[in-house]
Design a binder for this molecule. Structure first.
Ligand SMILES: [Zn+2]
Length: 288
């Protein structure tokens, strides 16, 4: 399995925590017509994006990007010891994530910046780890970058009813003065930029990396499954604003289609990374 990619002056590592069945396709995508699923079934199965029961297979992973100046972790995945509704995420104690980090030749001390595309459970989990019954930042030398609009949205949600992932994986980082709550114009030197991509959540951002051009882009949850390449209008039930998410998804795919930019998806099954090509009225992701 390909876990490391090089493009221009960047090295990109995939840090996989889980790659497993998620939800039935028809449940994940409430607007998915059964005949569309039927038409795509064999291609999705061949891509290992769908199992024999029509359940979607997703990868849950972080990316680490080494630029000439920084080591940047994008989205910190699921995490351990956290009370979660989903059984395979609940109070887990395995070492898959830390082993994957070590296999990439990295330790938690090496990460300079943690960037959050958005603040859902499976993107912030390893922001913190349990230490003597307290949540502490997992990456002791890192600044944690969160978009202002996204942060404000979850502050408001958490005020109505506690959001576990926000309470145990975001607020402790803020309280430890490790967070940078940033505008959409945030950049790190000439290598790292945010691309506002609202819809899945109100402040969702993609992260574009490369000197003066987008050598790679990290799409977060603006897209979940290769099925949405063929049908970009399909929004999963988790999208806060499904109509906006559909517009954002097509704009993103149009922007990067037939360009050299390496598209690093959060949840596509392995290899998860490829280049976007036009295919019919939709798109395809060509492995590299
Ligand atoms: Zn996700």
């Amino acid at each position: 399995m390909t876990l490391t990619f090089s493009v221009a002056d960047l090295t990109i590592h995939r840090i996989i925590e889980q790659e497993t069945t998620f939800l039935p396709a028809l449940e994940m995508f409430p607007e998915l017509p059964p005949e569309v699923l039927a038409a795509e079934r064999s291609a999705l199965r061949a891509a290992q994006a769908l199992d024999a029961q029509d359940t979607l297979i997703l990868c849950f992973q972080s990316y680490v990007v080494k630029t000439p100046h920084h080591t940047i972790l994008i989205d910190s995945c699921i995490g351990n010891d956290k009370p979660r509704a989903r059984p395979v995420w609940n109070m887990k104690t395995d070492d898959s994530y830390m082993r994957a980090l070590a296999a990439a030749g990295l330790s938690v001390d090496d990460i300079d910046v943690v960037m959050c595309t958005h603040l859902h459970t499976d993107h912030v989990g390893w922001n913190t780890r349990l230490d003597n019954d307290r949540w502490v930042p997992t990456f002791p030398n890192a600044r944690y970058v969160i978009a202002q609009r996204e942060y404000d949205y979850w502050v408001a949600q958490n005020a109505k009813a506690e959001v576990p992932a926000f309470a145990d994986s975001v607020l402790p980082v803020v309280d430890a003065n490790r967070a940078d709550i940033v505008s959409d114009q945030f950049a790190i030197g000439d290598h790292v930029r945010l691309l506002p991509t609202p819809g899945h959540t109100p402040g969702h951002v993609a992260v574009a990396i490369g000197r003066g051009r987008d050598d790679a882009v990290f799409s977060g949850d603006l897209i979940h499954s290769p099925l949405q390449l063929c049908y970009p209008e399909l929004s999963p039930k988790f999208d806060v604003d499904a109509a906006q998410a559909a517009v954002t998804r097509r704009e993103f795919l149009d922007r990067y289609c037939d360009t050299p930019t390496l598209c690093c998806t959060a949840h596509f099954p392995s290899p998860s990374v490829g280049r976007i090509k036009r295919k019919g009225t939709g798109f395809a992701c060509e492995a590299v």
